[in-house]
Design a protein around this ligand. Structure first.
Ligand code: ADP
Ligand code: ASP
Ligand code: MG
Length: 404
């Protein structure tokens, strides 16, 4: 049985017309193979559900919260299947607990552990198309869980990996670009990119693919591509296991994330074990810390320690650190959430110098102040005031000649 997995994101199912348009892509595909379509909620719906839930309680309990925010996907799946059946396509919508898609126990950031492929194969004997919700699963306690924002990409890759099928991600842009094409109009589409490079772009903020979906595709060697649901005939981007395809380019892309926050602890005692008292409890709270910067004071006894984390985790992190104030021993805690992170990414940076200089030069000329810098072998990331994000991305894209 030949099976294809197609994923449609929020804008691709965001209206009646969009559902019909994407439905027609599914219909066409179902003439040549069985189709499993993994759907997101209609665009804006998950945000609406999150805000609605939080209007009842600032920190809703995770079980009810996931029950609420996973419902957007249920509706889009049902509507899609109704449309397809009306078009004489034998289709069935399913919820993830019916399959089931089993996840790890925690909420809001769960990982997929198991997909009952036997059930999917059985259903595919009766139907030509199965429509299943992304973003949601069920844990071993029978609770509905969600996979984190953008998680439908990961659901789709997980289904494809389980069934050994190809996975096509349909979205609102033509493929993966050198930077966000909605910010830089002459961003260039990348026809082919290695898993490794895509992973770096995604993890630094190219939200066209959720990082975990790329990780999973790389691990399972799943054939993955990105295409536009508005122009399905156009070639998108293929993500492959070939070694770096952009190696001759020093920089392959510019990414940004606006959902960053920064915490600074002032006058932390500079002695062994302090970092673990700070970051241990944060890790236990499932908070991923990103950039870390430490300045030692002149007397060498105290340090100021700054680090970044996802904005959604700021409140939780502040609560943890304030509770542990006397244990850690710091003077003041300061936080800001109007910052963004820009990254210049490229496997070619391993063998080319001068990237940092071009970056600093470009931002300096445009009067954009850098708050924190971190580097790795294949990327340089900086933290800046959020209001300069678009300008910084545009100027860097130009400076590194990525439009050529
Ligand atoms: P979907 O709802 O289909 O999952 P997303 O909004 O999650 O779509 O992802 C698509 C968006 O990703 C695009 O509209 C674009 O603004 C953004 N994006 C950011 N960086 C890139 C990039 N390098 N290439 C393509 N799109 C990007
Ligand atoms: N609907 C979820 C979100 O908005 C999952 C997804 O669209 O990938 O994050
Ligand atoms: Mg997405």
């Amino acid at each position: 049985m030949k099976i294809k997995v197609l994923k449609f994101g929020g804008t691709s199912v965001g209206s009646k017309d969009a559902i019909k348009r994407s439905g027609n892509i599914i219909n066409d595909c179902s003439k040549k193979s069985k189709v499993i379509a993994v759907l997101s909620a209609m665009s804006g719906e998950t945000d609406r559900l999150i805000n609605l839930t939080k209007s009842f309680a600032k920190s809703p309990n995770p079980i009810d919260f996931d029950n609420a925010i996973s419902t957007g996907e249920n509706l889009s799946c049902a509507l899609m299947s109704i449309y397809l059946n009306n078009q004489k396509v034998k289709s069935r919508s399913l919820l993830s607990w019916q399959i089931p898609i089993i996840t790890s126990p925690e909420h809001m950031k769960s990982r997929i552990l198991f997909i009952n492929k036997k059930f999917l194969f059985k259903e595919l004997e009766k139907f030509d198309v199965l429509i299943i919700p992304g973003f949601q699963g069920i844990n071993n306690k029978g609770e509905i869980t969600t996979l984190g924002r953008g998680g439908s990409d990961t659901s789709a890759v997980a289904v494809a990996a389980a069934l050994d099928a190809e996975c096509t991600i349909y979205t609102d842009v033509e493929g993966v670009f050198t930077t966000d094409p909605n910010i830089v109009s002459n961003a260039k589409k990348i026809n082919k990119i290695s898993y490794e490079e895509m992973l770096e772009l995604a993890s630094q903020g190219a939200k066209v693919l959720q990082t975990r979906s790329v990780e999973l595709a790389m691990r399972k060697n799943t054939k993955l591509s990105v295409r536009s649901s508005l122009q399905p005939k156009k070639n998108g981007t293929v993500i492959t296991d070939e070694k770096s395809l952009l190696e001759n380019k020093t920089v392959s892309g510019i990414t940004y994330t606006k959902d960053e926050a920064k915490i600074t602890l002032s006058r932390v005692l500079d002695k062994p074990g302090v970092s673990s008292k700070i970051f241990g409890p944060l890790a236990k709270g499932n908070i991923n810390v990103d950039m870390i910067l430490q300045n030692i004071s002149q007397d060498g006894k105290f340090a100021n320690l700054s680090f970044t984390l996802p904005r959604g985790d700021l409140e939780k992190a502040l609560k943890i650190l304030k509770k542990d104030k006397s244990k850690i021993g710091y003077k003041k805690i300061i936080s800001s959430d109007n910052i963004s992170k820009i990254s210049v990414v490229g496997v070619g940076m391993r063998s080319h110098a001068g990237v940092a200089q071009t970056l600093f030069d470009t931002l300096g000329k445009n009067k954009i102040n850098i708050q924190v810098i971190t580097t790795s072998e294949i990327k340089i990331s900086i933290l800046i005031d959020e209001k300069h994000t678009d300008l910084a991305v545009q100027k860097l894209h130009q400076a590194f000649k990525l439009h050529k």
